[in-house]
Design a protein around this ligand. Structure first.
Ligand code: PDD
Length: 296
């Protein structure tokens, strides 16, 4: 089981995780009025920390919440969070910023400070899934137009991922009128004739931090990275499909709605990008493999 570490960072200072409480009239709880980040840690070191912190500020700015720290201050506190919890293993940090605690009213409360917390949880790599690949389903993207904001409003994502899970799959590939956007909690890519295709970083997808790195890996490796949306019907003709996120890394998708991709094997470009990821993240230790979902 994944365990939460004892010290939590708040907007004021550190506290123990069982000391953190909020009033029931809290904007994040009542309106999903806030933003969040999930940051990966390998052997006690952050991966892509600046990128995640930058995105947190962009998301907060987009919904007019002031982050109660300067960027550098937040980065220092996040490092302290790992030190205080003596994190030396593979882990992740969840951090969340809401518009604060106030009497329930849709309009912004006046003179109310935002609520912030960040906590650490150990998180082993999904090695076996990354080696074997996972399956996915196709699902309607019924989200709003501003998915570049990493907002707490995740109901469509939750429902899509739950459907995927109930159908024995790892992820839901989302589409709007046949055009693939991303997955419920990751970005998605199609490989055809040695080219990597993915939806452009417009307002209707999250601009993944791993996506940003994958673009750079492709440039470095001479693999054309094409920001051009593909269609649901292109998937069955794809050479490879993969997804990326801070928790799933570079994950091959080898079955979509029951149809095999590349004979149900991770393809060579996906594997090359997996190696580039491991190198970039400075990964040296193989952790204990997990069981494999969605291979039915
Ligand atoms: N999800 N798209 C969506 C909708 C996401 O929720 C995520 C991340 C990504 C990938 O972003 P990144 O590469 O920065 O992790 C794309 C996180 C992991 C989550 O909600 O748990």
């Amino acid at each position: 089981m994944m365990s939460v570490k004892p010290f939590v960072l708040t907007e004021n200072d550190f506290c123990k995780n069982d000391e953190l409480t909020y009033p029931f009239e809290e904007r994040g709880l009542q309106f999903g009025d806030g933003v969040y980040e999930v940051i990966r840690i390998y052997e006690g070191h952050y991966y892509l920390l600046n990128e995640h912190v930058d995105r947190l500020y962009r998301s907060a700015d987009a919904i007019k919440i002031n982050v109660p720290f300067k960027k550098q201050q937040l980065i220092e506190q996040l490092h302290k969070l790992l030190e205080k919890n003596q994190v030396a293993e593979d882990a992740k940090v969840y951090l969340q910023l809401t518009r604060g605690s106030a009497a329930r009213d849709h309009t912004f409360p006046v003179g109310v400070d935002p609520n912030f917390y960040a906590y650490v949880q150990d998180f082993p790599r999904k090695r076996e899934w990354m080696d074997q690949g996972v399956s996915a389903i196709i699902h309607d993207d019924v989200r709003w137009d501003l998915c570049y904001i990493k907002s707490l409003n995740l109901l469509p994502n939750v429902l899509a991922k739950q459907t995927a899970m109930e159908e024995g799959s790892f992820e839901a590939i989302l589409h709007k009128n046949g055009t693939v956007t991303e997955c419920s909690s990751s970005n998605v890519y199609l490989v055809k004739n040695g080219h990597v295709y993915t939806h452009p970083a417009k307002e209707n997808i999250l601009h993944g931090c791993v996506r940003m790195r994958v673009e750079q890996f492709c440039k470095d490796l001479g693999i054309p990275f094409i920001e051009e949306a593909f269609q649901v019907e292109d998937i069955q003709l794809a050479d490879e499909i993969f997804l990326t996120s801070s928790t799933a890394e570079v994950m091959p998708i080898v079955k979509v709605d029951g149809k095999l991709i590349n004979g149900a094997k991770p393809g060579p470009i996906t594997q090359t990008l997996q190696q580039a990821y491991e190198q970039d993240a400075g990964i040296t230790v193989n952790s204990v493999p997990n069981s494999v979902p969605g291979t039915n």
